[in-house]
Ligand binder design. Structure first.
Ligand code: AMP
Length: 215
């Protein structure tokens, strides 16, 4: 299964994509994680991406598409993939379609996780991420068992620099302008599945599994 996760920052795409990837036994490919890894390693790609990420702007399409193309070419994606945070523009969506088509593959569904905007800033400002395995916690609604430590790998939890309120507001603005047109794009392709991000992590996951008819 090749799935795309759509939705504003803070809607819960990453959390749901992680659970779904475990359930389906396929990789969870998050473009933001790929950029953050490149930045940690101080590669040319990471340094190019940094200034855009710091401002909450999108990294240019050609850079992003080349990075995701390389990741999708790896053999662990042969049996399917869950894409999280990519595509984010119509240009990227077209590139993804062509790329998969060239490998004899298609997108099976685009899962749009819908959340109210006033909720997003609140959620992102209380979000903590594992420096090691990228697991996501929320100090209010989904805290780790031990403060500052990842339940999964014991890694250190940190607050992303772009989760500060001013950058969050810009990320939401950028989402509205550049990414939300993908909702209509995937609706027109007959692939859109809309899920309301309400009722807690397990409930949202259950709604996704039901919509995809996964038991
Ligand atoms: P995320 O972890 O998905 O919130 O992404 C963090 C940042 O990485 C974004 O604010 C962008 O600067 C950059 N980024 C991630 N995915 C993309 C994408 N598909 N296109 C352009 N920039 C991206």
């Amino acid at each position: 299964m090749n799935l795309v996760m759509l939705g504003p920052p803070g809607a819960g795409k990453g959390t749901q994509a992680t659970l779904l990837a475990e359930k389906l036994g396929i990789p969870h490919v998050a473009s933001g994680d790929l950029f953050r890894e490149a930045l940690k390693e101080q590669t040319g790609l990471g340094l190019t991406a940094q200034s855009y990420m710091d401002r909450g702007e999108l990294v240019p399409d050609e850079v992003t598409i080349a990075m995701v193309e390389e990741r999708l070419a790896r053999s662990d994606c042969d049996g399917g993939v869950i894409l999280d945070g990519f595509p984010r523009t119509i240009e990227q969506a077209g590139a993804l379609k062509r790329l998969l088509h060239d490998q004899g593959k298609v997108i099976d569904a685009a899962i749009f996780i819908d959340a109210a905007e006033d909720e997003l800033v609140r959620r992102l400002s209380s979000r903590w991420t594992c420096r090691n395995c990228q697991a996501i916690y929320n100090v209010i609604s989904n805290p780790p068992s031990e403060e500052g430590r990842c339940d999964i790998c014991g890694g250190e939890l940190y607050q992303r620099a772009d989760d500060v309120p001013e950058t969050v507001r810009n990320r939401i603005r950028v989402y509205r302008q550049q990414t939300s047109p993908l909702i209509d794009y995937y609706r027109d392709e007959g692939l859109l599945v809309t899920i309301k991000s309400e009722g807690g992590i397990e409930r949202v996951q259950q709604k996704i599994l039901e919509a995809l008819q996964i038991t």
